[in-house]
Design a binder for this molecule. Structure first.
Ligand SMILES: [Zn+2]
Length: 126
């Protein structure tokens, strides 16, 4: 997946998240993202596109913090877990079985959001 498309998805997710807080306006300082090593995402590139995307938006100034999740697979022959590598064509080292069951490494999710609610921006309740 391309980082620009991914950033659009992130911003959309954040917009939905924001709607849950209406009518208060959350001020976001950090967005903690989990990115699996098997997603082919360049974290630095993602941070870069994120910064550009949020300029002049309600998210301006929010930092993207990326936690990388290692690729772990489970061997379907013997049920042991292993760290697949491209050098070994992602086969299991125990049984040389092709990678079928990925335990982790494909994550792309917002884990948490650091924010504060600015009461001055919230409209008075009727
Ligand atoms: Zn095995």
């Amino acid at each position: 997946m391309h980082e620009v498309d991914m950033t659009k998805c992130l911003v959309l997710s954040m917009n939905e998240w924001r709607q849950q807080h209406e009518p208060s306006l959350p001020v976001v300082s950090q967005v903690h993202l989990q990115v699996g090593d098997f997603t082919c995402v360049e974290p630095e590139q993602l941070v870069h596109t994120w910064r550009i995307a949020i300029q002049n938006s309600w998210l301006a100034g929010a930092e993207l913090k990326i936690e990388q999740i290692p690729l772990v697979a489970r061997c379907v022959c013997c049920n042991s877990t292993y760290s697949p590598s491209a050098d070994q064509a992602y086969q299991s080292p125990c049984c040389s079985h092709p990678m079928e069951d990925i335990v982790s490494g494909r994550e792309l999710r917002i884990r948490s959001v650091d924010y504060s609610l600015n009461p001055e921006l919230a409209p008075l309740s009727a």
